[in-house]
Design a binder for this molecule. Structure first.
Ligand SMILES: Nc1ncnc2c1ncn2[C@@H]1O[C@H](COP(=O)(O)OP(=O)(O)OP(=O)(O)O)[C@@H](O)[C@H]1O
Length: 310
């Protein structure tokens, strides 16, 4: 099932009771095609959910469907069409990424030639080129995460579960990984369910966000819906020094709420004509209008405001 063909995952009152912890507590959710972020603090139940959905761990009660298949009875079929990047380091240190990914491709049933071609393609995609013939034990965390991502998509799955793929990465490597994840969705057309304990992290990457807490569903909606516009625009004008201040003042004189934000001006769009005023005032003052950009709430703001982020 490709993105936009309905839900790739559905659960109904899914529960997983460990001896002393209820990791999933009647969790009912639906994950659409595309890139979905599964967000929750450490211990929220994200990894348990993935393992149950892959049929690696039996649930205690409730039901689930992954690409229409029941993990309780069709785990092997699910794992044939779904990729999995586990959270923890699971790579053999004395094997090269090229050999490991090729091995995983053949384990998934690809014939040798197809496996070799596909291995080169995914390793190129994740940016492991020169290093792919070196033993993975000597890789940086970022390179290991890329190798883990490559093995998860080498068999061209319809859906891939990525468990905390940015864990342990520095900010730059994290941004690179998030870009890669977006491209897994767009270039390969693979639906992605990616977990993170950082609320703000998946904002740019995920089309849809599911928030779980204590094994329960806290929120599920499109990212756009969550980070809806604040009703404010950021305006950048071009002109002689002090133009931004003159422009802001002129907007206020025309009855708008405007305030400085660095060398730009924020303007509240409280009525449809406000955008016309933004344009007209720039023209009247002989200033160039470089940019008018909507300001959105961040996910952090949404959850702090709702008191949901703990
Ligand atoms: N095999 C297990 N046996 C007993 N309890 C477990 C087991 N695995 C996880 N738990 C507990 O279940 C709860 C959910 O854990 P889980 O790993 O699913 O959460 P998570 O959201 O993925 O967090 P993290 O990112 O820290 O792994 C936690 O309280 C954890 O301690």
């Amino acid at each position: 099932m490709r993105p936009d063909q309905g839900f790739v995952v559905e659960t109904d009152r899914l529960t997983k009771q460990y001896p002393s912890v209820r990791a999933l507590d009647e969790l009912s959710l639906r994950i659409p095609g595309g890139v979905t972020g599964i967000v929750g603090v450490n211990g929220a139940g994200k990894s348990t959910l993935i393992k149950v959905l892959l049929g690696l761990l039996p649930s205690t009660s409730g039901s689930a469907r992954v690409l229409g298949l029941d993990p309780a009875t069709h785990g092997a079929q699910i794992r044939a069409v779904v990729g999995y990047m586990p959270e923890h380091d699971c790579l053999p240190g004395d094997v090269s990424a090229a050999d490991f990914v090729m091995h995983m491709a053949m384990m998934s049933g690809l014939p040798r030639t197809a496996a070799r071609e596909r291995t080169s393609e995914v390793l190129r995609h994740v940016g492991l080129d020169e290093e792919r013939h070196r033993a993975m034990g000597g890789y940086s965390t970022g390179m290991k995460q890329r190798a883990k991502l490559a093995q998860a998509i080498v068999h061209d799955p319809s859906l891939v579960f990525l468990d905390e793929p940015t864990n342990g990465l520095d900010p730059r490597a994290r941004d690179d990984m998030l870009d890669l994840i977006s491209r897994v969705g767009s270039d390969f057309g693979i639906s992605v369910a990616v977990t993170s304990h950082l609320l703000g992290e998946l904002e740019r990457t995920a089309d849809h966000i599911v928030v779980i807490d204590g094994g329960r569903l806290l929120r599920s909606s499109s990212t756009a819906e969550l980070t809806h516009t604040t009703g404010t625009v950021l305006v950048e004008v071009l002109g002689p020094s002090g133009s931004d201040r003159r422009y802001g003042q002129a907007l206020i004189e025309r009855g708008l709420q405007a305030w400085p934000s660095g060398d730009k001006i924020q303007v509240r769009i409280d009525r449809p004509e406000a955008l016309d005023v933004v344009r007209d005032v720039a023209v009247d003052l002989g200033l160039g209008l470089v940019r008018v950009q909507e300001i959105h709430h961040t996910l952090e703001e949404v959850f702090h405001r709702e008191g949901a982020a703990r």
